[in-house]
Design a protein. Structure first.
Length: 118
């Protein structure tokens, strides 16, 4: 049973930085980060393949967010820089069914809240 736990959220001023962590037990697949804002559809922010060699990002975060993973620690990270108020939301991680950033997600972790405000 895959178990994903996201952490690292908090309150930050515009222009600030945060690093999120998604720790899993036994995850060997591609992992993605999502964010949910009330009243809006859940948005896929980024995904990283199992090997870490392939990544993708939503246009809204390109150049500001960086996804990485340490498979030895069963952890995926999301480094977020130059944060904007519109980045506010609940961020969660999810596992795809395979090694690449394609196909459906089939396991979800709980979210962590990020609030960007002055």
């Amino acid at each position: 049973q895959l178990n994903l736990v996201a952490s690292g959220g908090g309150f930050v001023q515009p222009g600030g930085s945060l690093r999120l962590s998604c720790k899993g037990s036994g995850f060997t697949t591609a992992i993605g980060w999502f964010r949910q804002v009330p009243g809006k559809e859940r948005e896929e922010v980024s995904c990283i393949s199992r090997s870490g060699s392939n990544t993708n990002y939503a246009d809204s975060v390109k150049g500001r967010f960086t996804i990485s993973r340490d498979n030895a620690k069963n952890t995926v990270y999301l480094e977020m820089n130059s944060l904007k108020p519109e980045d506010t939301g609940v961020y969660s991680c999810a596992a795809r069914g395979g090694y690449t950033c394609s196909g459906p997600y089939n396991a979800w972790g709980q979210g962590t809240q990020i609030t960007v405000s002055s």
